[in-house]
Ligand binder design. Structure first.
Ligand code: DSN
Length: 445
């Protein structure tokens, strides 16, 4: 990477040279991690490569400013410029997603979800959400999460496995559960579900039982911004999301809502759950929203989906079973048992890591193995699509995965695969030298 780009990643000054001189240890770790990200394949479905512009903002002097409150209603002086930053982030998000109101302050998707619960619920209220082992998130009422302790979450899941349309959200069950349990809120959204989630189905059920609807679109928000997934904004009362997954911004969260909920949501975020907002991250969110408004980003979103689809098809041809037999978003959930009944998710993740393929083990629906072991792998295409990979590389990656797992006890074979992975990563570097950045440039018209 050129010094110019490295420096722009920090603050536009010589910040990284300064860091190297005052704290070689942390500089060393940062360099090593950057090299790891560039020299190995990143297939974790919730990760991406943020643009140099987004990285520059997260490392900027805006981190110095305290700005408790909201634009024009701050508890500290000197916030005229910070107000302009937060205002522009808000107006870009509202324009991009066609929303009435946005709160860009949540530090993460989890804190965004907590803020919605705090705004709309009382402790003990009934909420329906997808069970963790069926693809839901911890903050969808998992027993280990504060959400599961504070509210009466009732889980729904997927239809049984079948050769055709199995392992989809079980809307018949959800409707019956909604009718019998009278929830105050229904949560749509998932963290390990390879299919597009239809907001209309959720809206109909919520309306039938008089429940509010929250759509957690942390994973597909970039696909929604790109126009390749249905938007839940019109239908849901509240939409939460993260800015760092398919949306490709800085690590953080945000909430969109209908006007009647705006005041309650804002109060729940601050002062309900958070103090000073991270204005350097909010500036980076503003940059990401602007990037996501481009035609390049729309093409990027379409390519993510196409890449996932080809990755999945090639894995099936290599003998794997995919949960729901495929994908229509940015991820595939691989059930390893048909490929090799002795192979668990933990072993697969570790051997793939050893050849430079980074992914995460994941429970599959009704997994017979424990959450720390699992029978599945979750693979996402958002990051490597940013690096410029297209369908030809997805076929190659699927074959590399299959060969790694097939030859997992053959050191010589693993060494050869590791070499091939390294060559692929040199060709598809997310942060190459020079002034161009593949995340935008390879999707030009
Ligand atoms: N941990 C994130 C994921 O990987 O999906 C969700 O918070």
């Amino acid at each position: 990477m050129s010094d110019t780009l490295k420096n722009s990643i920090a603050t536009g000054s010589n910040a990284l040279s300064y860091l190297e001189s005052v704290d070689g240890e942390i500089y060393g770790f940062m360099s090593e991690e950057l090299d790891r990200q560039r020299r190995t394949l990143q297939l974790i479905a919730s990760e991406n490569f943020a643009s140099p512009a987004v990285l520059a903002m997260t490392g900027s002097a805006l981190t110095n400013k305290y700005a408790e409150g909201y634009p024009q209603r701050r508890y500290y002086g000197g916030n005229q410029i910070i107000d302009a930053v937060e205002e522009i982030a808000r107006s870009r998000a509202k324009e991009l997603f066609k929303a009435d109101h946005v709160n860009v302050q949540p530090h993460s998707g989890s804190s965004a979800n907590l803020a919605v619960y705090q705004a709309l619920l009382n402790p003990g209220d009934t909420v329906l959400a997808m069970r963790l082992d069926q693809g839901g998130h911890l903050t969808h009422g998992a027993p280990a999460s504060v959400t599961g302790k504070m509210y009466n979450f009732q889980p729904y899941g997927l239809t049984p496995r079948s050769p055709e349309n199995g392992e989809r959200i079980d809307f018949d069950y959800l409707r019956a559960l909604a009718k019998s349990s009278h929830p105050k809120l229904i949560v749509a959204g998932a963290t390990a579900y390879p299919r597009e989630i239809d907001p209309l189905m959720f809206k109909e059920i919520a309306d039938e039982v008089g429940a509010l609807l929250m759509f957690d679109s942390a994973h597909p928000m970039g696909l929604i911004a790109a126009g390749v997934h249905a938007s839940p904004i019109e239908l849901a009362d509240v939409v939460t999301f993260t800015t760092h997954k398919t949306l490709r911004g800085p690590r953080g969260g945000a909430i969109l809502c209908k006007e009647p909920f705006a005041k309650k949501i804002d109060s729940a975020v601050f002062p309900g759950l958070q103090g000073g907002p991270l204005e350097h991250v909010i500036a980076a969110k503003a940059v990401a929203f602007k990037e996501a408004q481009t035609q390049n980003f729309a093409r990027y979103g379409a390519q993510i989906k196409e890449n996932a689809s080809v990755l999945g098809e090639t894995l099936i041809a290599e003998g794997f079973r995919l949960v729901s037999n495929g994908t229509d978003n940015h991820l595939v959930l691989v059930d390893l048992r048909d490929f090799d009944s002795d192979l668990d998710g933990k072993t697969a993740q570790e051997v793939l890591d050893s050849v430079g393929i980074t992914c995460n083990r994941n429970q599959i629906p009704d997994d017979p193995r424990k959450p720390l072991i699992t029978s599945g792998l979750r693979l996402g295409t958002a990051a490597m699509t940013t690096a410029g990979m297209k369908v030809a590389q997805m076929r190659q990656v699927a074959k590399l995965i299959a060969n790694t797992l097939r030859h997992r006890n053959d050191e010589n074979e693993l060494k050869l695969i590791k070499g091939e992975v390294a060559e692929l990563c040199i060709e598809f570097d997310p942060y190459p030298s020079g002034d161009t950045w593949p995340g935008m440039d390879c999707f030009k018209g």
